[in-house]
Design a protein around this ligand. Structure first.
Ligand code: TYD
Length: 353
């Protein structure tokens, strides 16, 4: 499926997409990769500088909503991985239109093109565990569970997933949907919690922890995610959904403390700030279906976190320019008032109510 394949990766200048392209080119010497990326604020061409001159790799700047452009590329490939998406929950709370455009309409444009190109033998839709919504303690989402997206971001991804299902049922398009847990690792935009906290701590800036900091996420190392996607593309069944979870569940406060320890920075950098609206308390997926294919994560929570922290320490060239650009305005809007009224961490008093 992937050995001599011509592969279209959308959103390849984003976090998971760029890691996946590097993974593919390393693992499959005869594969050819086309990266279609719009170069939004979340893209970083520096992520792929090591493969820029590789004859097996081609970059095309463009939007997955551009049907003509997509048709041209679709005619040339055997496999599609759709990573292109607006992904940040906090931004979706400010403005959700771009999420609907890319995550719903863009996915539709890709699917509609793929169904008219029988050369496409596999379409992998890279989705998220957030489409299941918040999980109560002890509950684990299975692939067959109904979707209960609670943020505009999650709702847009659920819309994309629904399109995929419709194209499988209606046209027999060989689509597979994957739903992964929170990823961490190299090359993630600093708007997301882990890289924001790591780089803030390195700059001796406060770490804005939402609410009581007791929300739980499952932290999947991006390389483990890439191996899962590779396996699913090869061995998965069309029309199926595969959850990808590492079982590295941790509360945000514990994660913040662990990363400050790794960086040898004081816990006093933690600030409890006003919570995110509609903040999902816990995500958890049951990934036994994927594990039955032979996948297991290689990184536990601490190993994933330590590798991530060390990468940001070594690669300030990658993230420092982001702080100097339009991110500053976003940061001010998102965190200015919150930090001004936030409460510092008190080791005696625990977390605020
Ligand atoms: P995030 O990285 O935005 O991923 P998601 O919301 O998609 O899971 O956030 C991870 C967790 O960290 C989530 O519970 C929200 C919390 N968080 C903060 O406490 N402070 C922050 O500044 C951010 C961005 C997130």
């Amino acid at each position: 499926m992937l050995d001599d394949a011509r592969i279209l990766v959308t959103g390849g200048c984003g976090f998971i997409g760029s890691n996946f392209i590097l993974h593919l080119l390393e693992r499959y010497p005869n594969a050819q990769v086309v990266n279609l990326d719009k170069l939004t604020y979340a893209s970083n061409q520096g992520s792929l500088r090591d493969v820029e001159g590789d004859p097996r790799y081609r970059f095309v700047q463009g939007d997955i909503c551009d049907g003509e452009l997509v048709d041209g590329l679709m005619a040339e490939v055997d496999v599609v991985f759709n990573f292109a998406a607006e992904t940040h929950v906090d931004r979706s709370l400010m403005e959700a239109g771009s999420f609907i455009m890319t995550d719903v309409l863009g996915t539709h444009v890709l699917l509609d093109s793929a169904r008219r190109h029988p050369n496409v033998k596999r379409f992998v839709q890279v989705s998220t565990d957030e489409v299941y919504g918040e999980m109560s303690p002890g509950a684990w989402a299975k692939e067959s569970d109904p979707l209960h997206p609670r943020s505009p971001y999650a709702a847009s991804k659920a819309g994309g997933d629904a399109q995929c299902n419709a194209f499988f049922e209606t046209y027999g398009l060989p689509v597979i949907i994957t739903r992964a847990a929170n990823n961490i690792g190299p090359r993630q935009h600093i708007e997301k919690m882990v890289p924001l906290f790591v780089t803030s701590a390195m700059r001796d800036e406060p770490l804005p922890l939402y609410g009581d900091g007791r929300q739980v996420r499952d932290w999947l190392y991006v390389e483990d995610h890439c191996r899962a996607l590779e396996l699913i593309a090869r061995e998965g069944e069309s029309g199926e959904v595969y959850n990808i979870g590492a079982d590295n569940h941790e509360e945000n406060i514990r994660l913040a403390k662990a990363l400050l320890q790794l960086l040898e920075k004081p816990l006093s950098l933690i600030r409890f700030v006003e919570d995110r609206k509609g903040h999902d308390r816990r995500y958890a997926v049951d990934s036994s279906k994927l594990r039955a294919l032979g996948w297991a994560p290689r990184h536990d929570f601490l190993s994933a976190l330590e590798r991530t922290v060390r990468w940001y320490q070594k690669n300030s060239w990658w993230w420092e320019p982001i702080y100097a650009g339009p991110f500053r305005d976003y940061y001010q809007r998102q965190y200015g008032d919150r930090l001004a009224s936030g409460a510092p961490y008190d080791p005696e008093g625990g977390t605020p109510q």
